[in-house]
Write a protein that binds this ligand. Structure first.
Ligand SMILES: [Fe+2]
Length: 262
């Protein structure tokens, strides 16, 4: 894909977003949040892809995937007023449907269309499915890392705001109580990902978000994570208990190991 084609796709994205703008303050804020998230995920994916020395055509394709990865969020929010997939719709699958139904990608080679549609559909899957071909796997890994790197930014901003000032759909409507669930902490300590269905409090969600670090695919993503100090940013908002410190130490050890020799 070349830059000219990418610019066309960007124009379509801008128009599509505008069609969801609302005069309601909270609704508009949730929409703007996703628009900004998309811009940042695009920046992240280019940074990671450059770190892997991909050629220009691939970097542009990666950027197109980032541009559309959350396109399903807009109709999801309009219809259900939430970003919680479990009570509404799988926003990855919905995004793929939006792209196909609106024939957004029709000018691209079939192979590129396939890669974009499938990576959008799978970007939010709990884990990467087996038996994807090499390219599909590469682009899926790229978008999943770029996405997480920006979700940490959004989350830290959100946790830093007083409860009333927060964009409503970010925290999955979990209660901001002082406690956390032992099984979520155990997963983090054991370098395991956490199932979203096990969450009870906002602290659980923070621990789940930290466990995403185990799912990062590239050392260049870990480098970005470190340079932006996202672990510290989330850790600062968690209760200061011994077991949380312990889990954080495991997590930091994991990151250090991944960065060794890079
Ligand atoms: Fe997403």
């Amino acid at each position: 894909m070349d830059q000219h084609e990418l610019n066309n796709l960007k124009r379509w994205f801008t128009d599509y977003c505008r069609s969801f703008y609302s005069s309601d303050y909270d609704d508009q804020r949730n929409i703007t949040l996703k628009e900004e998230h998309t811009r940042n995920v695009s920046g992240n994916i280019v940074q990671i892809a450059r770190g892997l020395s991909l050629d220009d055509a691939r970097i542009t394709l990666a950027e197109a995937i980032a541009l559309y990865h959350d396109i399903g969020r807009f109709p999801q929010y309009r219809k259900f007023k939430t970003f919680k997939d479990s009570v509404s719709v799988n926003h990855g699958a919905l995004g793929a449907k939006v792209l196909v139904e609106n024939t957004v990608l029709q000018r691209l080679p079939k192979r590129e269309q396939d890669i974009i549609v499938r990576t959008v559909a799978l970007h939010n899957a709990y884990s990467i499915p087996s038996r994807l071909d090499r390219d599909m796997l590469l682009f899926l890994k790229l978008v999943r890392d770029a996405d997480k790197l920006d979700i940490w930014r959004v989350a830290i901003e959100y946790y830093g705001q007083p409860e009333g000032g927060r964009a409503s759909a970010v925290g999955l409507e979990l209660p901001d109580l002082p406690g956390y669930s032992p099984e979520v902490l155990t997963a983090l300590k054991n370098e395991k990902m956490v199932q979203i269905s096990t969450l009870k409090t906002l602290n659980d969600f923070k621990l789940l978000q930290l466990a995403w670090i185990y799912d990062l695919n590239f050392a260049s993503s870990l480098r970005i994570l470190e340079s932006r100090q996202y672990i510290d940013g989330i850790a600062a908002t968690l209760p200061r208990t011994g077991e949380i410190s312990e889990a954080l130490a495991t997590l930091r050890g994991y990151v250090d190991k991944g960065l060794q020799g890079t």
